[in-house]
Design a binder for this molecule. Structure first.
Ligand code: ZN
Length: 587
């Protein structure tokens, strides 16, 4: 057994999340964490909503609310969506907690103490008519990289690149249209080039990473520059240095505070579970492993910047939290598109998690993401393919096997029948299913979820073939042989259900119950209303008890367990949903 940190990308709290987001970070990290727990590892899965930065402030301004009111709203929406998907976070929190502020300031101060944060004079914008500083969000201009004409002072929303206000072509104030004046101002930078050798040496020791992630990371290290970690903005974590602490116009840059969330959430989890030092087992034990899940646009933060922060805090001078582990692996996914187009809320090429879950089951989406998601290539979500996979694979393959084996046993025996003497075919099938614990488990441990679910469904196909070949419905005259065939089939269903539990936890719990099982088979997260440990404000978190539930091993079914006629576990989708959904996209 080992300790495994599952560090999941932090969704930005400026709106509800769409299925592209959860395909990249949410579902894959949950499948991995569920499997690792079932296999006996001690998993700590943490994340939360990312709530600072200019885009939140801009949107709050536009809606006439405070940034805090805005993030309160979307934190709750996102918590509910992730809960609906059954994502088993040990803690899903947020970046506006008192705990997070303390941890961010501690890391900033530690890096500063170790000499890795440098003050630099840069050009900042002021309003010529008032002489006051113009925060980044009030400056707009043409992006020097892609030519988009409404890029903001810190970021272009079109190409996603981070910018400085003085890089904008034709900069203008969004308040009154005047051209800002640029004057010298001081900001803090993280000295990334100081870590280049250590980062390269660390990457040399990495095994099993997806090749594109490793190659991309090495290219980044070849061209490292100091990176700004403070901003002209009022919404964010204050800078914890003398003479800066009380400045209302300077804040820590949102990306710097968000990556520290993995650590602060682990500390918050430990504080909430009554053992405030417990987080250290995942962050300081050299045997502990840490896996980071994200979309490919965030690789730089996880394979270069976050490791630099961890290295810089860990030495040369010891800091109060102590030295911290580097990631074991950065697990990055590619992009999901929708009907051939990039997801876009403004262009309405989007389906939000909430809307999806109102009309379809969470496991239908989880299945699609596992089998056809953007694991190592950009992939396209289409409604017709979603329907086809759901109907032909989930319903006709797995659902049908569950339904016909349990209903036939319920009808003819009212219970799990006893097995008589087994044939070579019976034994071969049971052996094939048991081999799945090794083959599917190996793939899951290496983040090859598409291959893992394909292998699990191949085994389901073998069980279906066995069932058709043995045709128990033709054995009315030979009840003993019928009982043996159904016993073998139900044993195979029991074990296939375990193989599919990381992917389909809601269905797995139901199938467990249809087989006469009681108690928790697949544990689920709960939404808990908690109080901030430092300032008393209340907010919802996801937590759960995941020590219960089935293990990654075959479990013998018991003859005599009562069975009732099942209702279908998965829903067949009518052809009309495709046109209805496409019409929604275009409306
Ligand atoms: Zn741009």
């Amino acid at each position: 057994m080992s300790r495994v940190l599952a560090a999941v990308a932090w969704p930005y709290a400026n709106g509800p999340r769409h299925i592209g987001h959860v395909s990249g970070f949410g579902v894959p990290s949950d499948v991995f964490s569920r499997y690792m727990r079932m296999a006996g590892h001690d998993v700590l899965m943490v994340s939360g909503t990312d709530e600072h930065g200019t885009p939140i402030q801009v949107q709050a301004d536009a809606e006439g609310v405070t940034p805090r009111e805005l993030v309160d709203r979307y934190n709750r929406v996102i918590v509910e969506d992730l809960h609906g998907l059954g994502l088993s976070y040990d803690l899903f929190t947020r970046t506006t907690t008192g705990n997070h502020y303390q941890v961010v300031q501690e890391l900033f101060a530690g890096l500063y103490d170790n000499g890795y944060i440098i003050a630099k004079t840069t050009l900042g914008a002021i309003s010529p008519s008032t002489g006051r500083t113009l925060p980044d969000r009030y400056i707009e201009g043409t992006c020097p990289i892609c030519g988009y004409d409404s890029a903001r002072g810190d970021q272009c929303d079109n190409c996603g690149n981070q910018l400085d206000p003085d890089q904008l072509i034709n900069p203008r104030s969004k308040i009154n249209g005047e051209t800002p004046e640029f004057v010298e101002t001081e900001h803090f930078f993280l000295d990334l080039p100081a870590f280049a050798d250590q980062l390269n040496a660390w990457l040399d020791t990495r095994e099993g990473w997806r090749p594109n992630v490793l190659k991309f990371s090495r290219n980044l290290i070849d061209d490292l520059q100091p990176r700004a970690i403070t901003r002209d903005l009022e919404w964010g974590v204050p800078i914890p240095l003398e003479a800066w602490r009380d400045r209302a116009d300077k804040r820590i840059y949102v990306w710097f505070d968000a990556v520290i969330g993995y650590l602060s959430a682990s500390i918050e989890w430990a504080r909430r579970t009554g053992d405030p030092e417990a987080w250290r087992q995942w962050w300081q034990d050299p045997q502990a492993e840490g896996y980071y899940f994200m979309g490919k646009d965030n690789i730089v933060f996880h394979s270069v910047i976050w490791p630099s922060i961890l290295l810089g805090y860990s030495g040369p001078k010891p800091q109060s939290l102590g030295a911290l582990n580097l990631p074991t692996e950065v697990v990055s996914s590619e992009y999901l598109t929708m009907e051939g187009k990039k997801f876009s809320s403004s262009r309405r090429v989007v389906i939000y998690v909430r809307d999806f879950l109102e009309r379809y089951d969470a496991d239908a989406l989880r299945y699609f993401i596992a089998v056809a998601g953007p694991e190592s290539n950009d992939t396209d979500f289409t409604w017709s393919e979603f329907r086809r996979r759901n109907n032909d694979e989930l319903v006709a393959g797995w659902g049908n096997l569950v339904n016909r084996s349990i209903s036939m046993a319920a009808k003819n025996f009212g219970e799990i029948p006893a097995a008589g003497e087994r044939t070579a075919e019976d034994d071969a099938l049971l052996a094939a299913v048991r081999a799945g614990f090794e083959s599917v488990g190996q793939l899951l441990g290496k983040h090859r979820q598409k291959a893992a679910i394909t292998e699990a469904m191949r085994i389901v196909g073998e069980v279906n073939k066995y069932f058709s070949d043995q045709a128990p419905w033709k054995l009315k005259e030979d009840k003993a042989r019928m009982g043996t065939v159904l016993h073998v089939a139900l044993q195979a269903v029991r074990d296939c259900n375990t193989l599919l539990t990381p992917f389909l936890p809601h269905a797995a719990q139901r199938i467990h119950e249809l087989l006469g099982g009681t108690g928790v088979h697949a544990p689920m997260p709960e939404i808990r209303e908690v109080e901030d440990l430092d300032n008393g404000l209340s907010y919802p978190v996801l937590m759960g008890d995941y020590t219960v539930g089935t293990k990654w091993e075959p479990v013998d079914i018991e003859a005599g367990t009562k069975l009732e006629a099942p209702t279908p576990v998965f829903k067949k989708l009518d052809e009309s949903i495709v046109e209805e959904e496409l019409a929604r996209l275009q409306s």
